[in-house]
Design a protein around this ligand. Structure first.
Ligand code: SF4
Length: 338
């Protein structure tokens, strides 16, 4: 379901634009729509025709997504396995301090070598209302002040729905545009489209290496853009929006944690308006990739910092509960298969 279909369904029951806005805002706050239609200050909040017609629309919205299971973690995050109307599942993660990570696709076509979601390929796109529904479900559990599009899927491969959801969240969802973060492996459509948006989100770029050949191995179906060019395009967007780019770097022991990579990063990123997020890989048993040891990670951060690169170490949320993107869904799918 697209947001515009929701708006059309409301218009079909006789809601005027002001009613549509009120109902949409109530939904995005996580309020049950029947409660959102209560009398306010002795006045009917909506005309009778709208109140009477709302039940089927509310039922349709409720059916979009439901929380199938909740997985709290020691770091304060809460991972949600969300079941969609057709039985497909995605993950959302409530992060400490009011953040929410949402999924934009079921599966993903990019096929990153270190990502569980990529292993299934793309199964289907999420509609913009399904993306917004993840925020609604999360807000029924906790306050959400920031939404990052870093869950399952490559947002650039579902850009129309993602931009529609961003617009809705940045307006009726009451989230500041810098608290909406679109993450991409680097697709030219993102750089074309974002500057034209009324709600211009912050941008995260999945870099992972400075070497084009290694990037082609690690991100096999990402656009073949040279990492140096990706940083240049990111820089142009950062300067336009007045907000730094977050460069994402999943740390893989012996692969992209070398001194050569760090030196190349310093050359490419020095003076750029961006933050480097080092994300130590979340290893599973018998995994091809391993997480570098903590002393090495700390030394890398120090080296980058000392050379003028603002660097943060970010663990993927919920390390103790299959915290990597897609691991929870994969485990649920395994359970269903057995
Ligand atoms: Fe897709 Fe992101 Fe996983 Fe890569 S890391 S396969 S882009 S979901």
């Amino acid at each position: 379901m697209r947001i515009r279909e929701l708006h059309q369904s409301l218009a079909d029951i006789g809601a005027r634009p002001c009613h549509v806005g009120r109902i949409t805002r109530a939904w995005l706050k996580g309020i049950a729509l029947d409660a959102g239609t209560r009398r306010q200050k002795g006045e009917d909040y909506f005309p009778v025709r709208v109140r009477d017609g709302l039940a089927p629309v509310a039922a349709r919205l409720d059916a979009l997504a439901r929380v199938r299971s909740q997985h709290p973690a020691a770091d304060g995050s809460l991972r949600l396995l969300v079941e969609l109307e057709d039985g497909q599942m995605v993950e959302s993660v409530l992060l400490p301090r009011g953040g929410l990570c949402v999924s934009s696709q079921v599966g993903c076509a990019v096929g990153c070598a270190f990502c569980m979601t990529g292993k299934s390929g793309l199964l289907r796109q999420l509609g913009s209302a399904e993306i917004a529904a993840q925020v609604v479900l999360a807000r029924r559990l906790r306050a959400v002040k920031k939404v990052v599009f870093m869950g399952m899927g490559e947002p650039a491969h579902n850009l129309d729905n993602v931009l529609e959801a961003i617009h809705l969240l940045g307006t009726d969802g009451n989230i500041g545009h810098k608290n909406l973060v679109l993450s991409t492996v680097g697709d030219s459509r993102v750089f074309e489209q974002l500057p034209k948006q009324a709600i211009r989100p912050a941008l995260a770029l999945s870099l992972h290496t400075t070497r084009a050949d290694l990037r082609a191995e690690l991100l096999p179906r990402a656009p073949r853009i040279d990492p140096a060019d990706l940083i240049e395009q990111g820089e142009a967007y950062a300067r336009l929006g007045g907000y730094p780019i977050q460069y994402q770097w999943t740390l893989l022991a012996g692969i992209n944690d070398t001194r050569d990579e760090m030196d190349a990063l310093v050359r490419l990123m020095k003076g750029k308006y961006g933050v480097l997020n080092l994300i130590p890989y979340n290893s599973l048993e018998n995994d091809t990739f391993q997480r570098p040891d903590p002393a090495h990670i700390a030394a890398m951060r120090r080296h980058l910092h000392d050379n003028g690169i603002l660097t943060k170490i970010r663990d993927s949320a919920g390390q103790d509960i299959d915290g990597g993107c897609g691991q929870l869904r994969a485990r649920a799918a395994e359970t269903l298969d057995t």
